[in-house]
Write a protein that binds this ligand. Structure first.
Ligand code: NPQ
Ligand code: MG
Length: 359
């Protein structure tokens, strides 16, 4: 059995509510889906977790499309290794599609393949920057009422201690965290210490991604644990960050680290070092969300992550919707591969373009 074609599908789904962060405002989720078609009629699916514009990381959809079309997919069809530098999120999408194809043929779920140990994961939600504190409180109220077990608030200079304090006062017992997406500098340490009295689970990626030592210095000044996201691009840098004391918590995103092999290596070293970890997300459609859900079933994911229900983002997901129960948990899927497929009609409705590589 082999691979007969790879198809790229660009999709664009409207978000129910604009998602504002320090790196821009998203009104739509644009993603590349990779369909790996086997010569036996079985197909695997993967999702590339990058955006329309290179504002969060260097990758963006037009670039990822070309890398997949001209390098990664042709190499996979030829059975060779592409030796492309960088482009981890594009590479992860194809890897995920090929793994999904293989696991569907073997009738093994991705969660089982990864050594998952739980059949439900604990869900958190990531909330964007709002126009004012009242609107933020309304959002927090909704997701607390829906059962979400950790609420993460995006912050940036000018929208940090004050709104977070208002949320803390209104929800004294909620598990709260904040994510700066690298919007601060080392000179902001004194200001960020103003978050310490608010009892946050962590402060995520306050400084630019290459600031390992500055994160270690900042952590030494803060009581709030630092969690790194953008910085952690490989097992190597993750080990360095932990040994330097640049973080006390790890956010793992499979696309950011270049694939499932790298994610497993990071998972295992983080577990060895006894560091709490959670599975990040990038507003994926059901295809990418299924991968996050399977990953989060692994033993090292001890904190609630950013995997939320489909209705957090979309009127209609591409797959059967992912749902969060009243206790804030989501069932791990046990079907073959990632356990879901795009619904033809839902996919057609949001498809911008398709390109078939191979015969
Ligand atoms: C984070 N995720 O933890 C990211 C940021 C993010 C859920 O807050 C397209 C491209 C969409 C990049 C959505 C959450 C994205 C994106 C969110 C990055 O930092
Ligand atoms: Mg983050």
């Amino acid at each position: 059995m082999s691979l007969s074609a790879v198809e790229l599908v660009l999709v664009r789904l409207p978000l129910l509510r604009p998602f504002r962060t320090s790196f821009g405002t998203l009104t739509h989720k644009e993603a590349i889906l990779v369909r790996a078609a086997g010569d036996d009629g079985v197909e695997g699916w993967g999702e590339c977790a990058v955006a329309e514009d290179p504002l969060y990381s260097e990758e963006w959809n037009a670039g990822a499309w070309m890398i997949l079309r001209d390098y990664l997919a042709p190499a996979a069809l030829a059975g060779t290794s592409p030796s492309v530098k960088g482009h981890p999120m594009a590479a992860t999408a194809l890897e995920a599609a090929l793994l999904d194809l293989r696991l569907r043929r073997e009738e093994v779920s991705l969660a089982a393949h990864l050594g998952g140990v739980r059949d439900r994961i604990v869900c958190g939600v990531s909330l964007g920057i709002e126009e004012d504190v009242d609107q933020l409180l309304e959002q927090v109220r909704r997701f607390v009422a829906d059962g979400y077990r950790r609420i993460k608030l995006k912050i940036e200079p000018g929208w940090d201690v004050e709104p977070v304090r208002a949320v803390r006062e209104a929800f004294p017992d909620a598990a709260l965290s904040v994510d700066a997406n690298a919007a601060y500098g080392p000179e902001d340490a004194g200001h960020l210490a103003g978050l310490d009295p608010l009892g946050l689970d962590y402060l995520e990626q306050p400084l630019p991604k290459d600031h390992l030592l500055a994160h270690a210095d900042l952590q030494a000044r803060l009581e709030t644990p630092i969690c790194l996201d953008e910085t952690l691009t490989s097992p190597h840098v993750t080990e360095e960050a932990i040994r330097l004391g640049a973080c006390r918590i790890v956010n793992l995103k499979v696309g950011r680290v270049g694939g499932i092999g790298s994610a497993r290596a990071i998972h295992d070293l983080v577990v060895r070092r006894g560091v709490p970890m959670w599975c990040g997300g990038m507003l994926e459609t059901g295809i990418g969300r299924a991968v996050n859900l399977a990953l989060a079933a692994m033993p090292g994911f001890t904190l609630p992550g950013d995997t939320s229900g489909s209705d957090r983002y979309f009127e209609r997901d591409l797959t059967e919707p992912f749902t969060v129960d009243a206790d804030g948990t989501m069932a791990v899927l046990d079907g073959p591969g990632i356990g879901v497929s795009p619904i033809d009609e839902a996919l057609r409705e949001v498809t911008v373009r398709r390109h078939l590589v191979g015969t």
